[in-house]
Each structure stands twice: as C-alpha cells, then as structure tokens.
Design a protein around this ligand. Structure first.
Ligand SMILES: C[S@@+](CC[C@H](N)C(=O)[O-])C[C@H]1O[C@@H](n2cnc3c(N)ncnc32)[C@H](O)[C@@H]1O
Length: 202
C-alpha cells in the first residue's frame, strides 16, 4: 500500500508484534516514579506508553508508523487511557516544545550519527531531575535471531550510548542477559542494554 513503511507491514495484523504489556525493564524503571509529562520515542504499537498512561503520566508518543499509531490508540482506548501520539520521523517532528519529567527509548535502533543527535535532543528535553530510561539491543545480540536489527552498526554499545546524553547522571548502565517473550517480535534469550538516569541542572 502506498505510504506504508516496513513497520506498518509488521503492525498491520490484529496481533501486537511486541505484545500489549510493557517491556519488563521499562515497567521496573517506571514503578514508583512520580507522575508527570512523559515522552516515548519510536513507541510503535504503544505497549509502554499505554502502561505509563495507566500509571497516571501525561504521555506523548512519537513514531513514523501510521499502523503503530492506530494500534496504540486502540490499546489506549481499550485500557481507558489517553495518549498524544505524534505521527512522524523523530528527527524532524516537534516533540520537544515543553520539558518532560520522563523520557523512554525502548528498542529504537538508529544509525550512529542520527542516534547521537536524537539522544542529545532527548537529554535536552528533560527538565532538571527528569528521568531517562533507555532499553536497547547490545552489539552481542547480532545473529541471535531473537529480536533486534541484523546490522552491527544499529546495535548499541553500552559505553558509547551512555556518553550520548549530556547532563544525565546514570544510576544504572548495564548489559543484561534476559529472556523475552514480547510477541513474535522479541522471543527468547537476548543481550540488552539498560540505562536509567536523571537529568542534572542544565
Ligand atoms: C523495534 S520497534 C520498537 C517499538 C516500541 N518502542 C516497543 O518497544 O514496542 C522500533 C520502532 O521505531 C520506529 N522508528 C524507526 N525509525 C523511526 C524514525 N526515524 N522516526 C520515528 N519512528 C521510527 C518504528 O516505526 C518502530 O515502531
């Protein structure tokens, strides 16, 4: 179909490609946080954003997949919560017009130069004291066939990524071996990076 991207193809069927429950590391990182304005970049079918909205956050999600947006809004309606979901490229969409109390990047794998720009912009969009959560596939995930891009450059090195968010003080920055069952998209043992931090004074 004209205008569909490859994520639209994955998201078009009725089932949710990454499931309808939040990623477990995101769920843990959000537990007990004060509610506020929360940003979810490259949020796809909305599993994490809908969870945050159910906790009481005022959620802004961004993704370039129209099918992802459709599914996310359907999931939000089913759970009785609301989301602002901006459809567009994260590089060119105006999602940072006001500061956030929380930003979440979950399995967003971009080419290194664009990724670094986006990460710096995300850090700048947090108010002082705002929380940042990043979950990504590590370089060691290459070829495992349980999720993540099949290109080493798109997989993330923990030390590189932790240096891409100016002003963020990390509380956790770890490479973890996990077993994921998140729909057909992520299924089985995997190596992921988890970074959780707080924006300092700017
Ligand atoms: C692996 S999926 C992760 C989806 C969601 N964060 C999750 O964990 O369920 C990657 C997502 O990034 C989105 N994406 C990729 N490049 C993008 C870009 N440049 N701008 C906006 N979204 C993008 C895709 O549409 C897709 O939904």
């Amino acid at each position: 179909m004209v205008g569909m991207n490859r994520w639209d193809d994955k998201y078009a069927p009725a089932r949710y490609f990454y499931g309808t429950e939040p990623n477990v590391l995101v769920r843990e990182a959000l537990a007990g946080l004060p509610t506020g304005r929360a940003l979810f970049l490259a949020e796809g079918e909305g599993r994490n954003a809908v969870h945050a909205a159910s906790l009481g956050h005022e959620v802004v999600a961004v993704d370039s997949s129209a099918e992802g947006r459709r599914k996310a809004l359907a999931l939000a309606a089913e759970r009785g919560v609301t989301l602002t979901y901006l459809l567009g490229d994260v590089g060119s969409t105006a999602w940072d017009d006001a500061p956030y109390d929380l930003a979440v990047l979950c399995f967003f794998h971009e080419w290194p130069a664009e990724r670094a720009r986006l990460h710096a912009r995300t850090a700048a969009a947090l108010r002082p004291g705002g929380r940042l959560v990043v979950v990504s596939f590590a370089k060691e995930q290459l070829g495992r066939g349980t999720g993540g891009p099949p290109d080493l450059e798109l997989l993330q090195d923990l030390d590189e990524v932790r240096g891409e968010f100016p002003g963020v003080i990390w509380e956790r920055a770890e490479r973890l071996e996990v077993v994921q069952h998140e729909g057909p998209g992520h299924d089985g043992p995997a190596t992921v990076n988890l970074l959780v931090g707080t924006a300092g004074q700017q």
